[in-house]
Design a protein around this ligand. Sequence first.
Ligand code: APR
Length: 286
Amino acid sequence: DPTDMSSFKAHLAQSKRILALCGAGLSASSGLATFRGAGGLWKTHDAMSLATPQAFTKDPSLVWQFYSARRQAAFSAKPNAAHHALAALSIKNKDFITVTQNVDGLSPRAGHPAEQLFPVHGSLSTVKCTSVFCNYVEFNNFEMALTPSLAPQPADATEVDTDVQPPNIPLEQLPRCPKCAGLLRPGVVWFSETLPADLLDDIDGWMEKGPVDLCLVIGTSGRVWPAAGYIDQCRLNGAKVAIVNMEISSDPALGGVADADWLFEGDCARILPEILEPVIGTMDQV
Ligand code: APR
């Protein structure tokens, strides 16, 4: 029975090498929008006009407004019990790693050790220069890229609403590189872009160190590659797979759900602390 928690907990207790692949569902109960599930961003926004290099070239101010609103939302959100559970697991088990597709920075803020966390789609708190000859990168500089006119207007920063066309920001007000005056862009991976090679190498290095005991697939639709490929890679390395997702039944494409050994349907902020309890103990309410 794939919903049987006791068999999962028994396997977890004897697992050493564990990989968690996380997606937007991990941060859903922190109030951040997902992309494809109910209320997902790509239901109300066109990913191709916001999350591609071409979109940025075509209308950098629109893209900056979208990402500035998401930065503000991420900045004001709080890590939830799922982020804390994964951070606790990584402190208890140094052979555990988290590969996250999220750019919201909530896992580091939950205390997840950086050396066991691989944000393969970049981070909202990073901005980088668009000039090919310039390697300028700026971290955690919310003020820099959020010049007053860029700050999102809506009272509730978590609501990103481009239906009401915000005033177009003049090009000269967009954040500029202090080194070469080129346009700065959000330090996130857009569709058609390659993932950070150093992170992929580090994950491959971890994978090659030996068989994998368990792969946790948390809050991701498992539809975006190459990130989704880690599920099969773990399986090929001997791992059993546990999926934690709000909509398992209605999400057939979910990370190869057909071959999952366990399926836990519901909010990962409730489920993760429960299923990881044998290793992390009972977490005081976060
Ligand atoms: N708990 C667990 N799962 C949840 C929760 C929750 N509280 N809320 C939503 N989910 C599930 C949804 O059912 C869905 O399967 O989280 C998943 C979110 O899937 P997506 O919205 O597709 O997000 P993600 O898988 O992270 O997208 C991958 O696509 O747009 C790109 O680069 C972007 O990193 C993103 C990538």
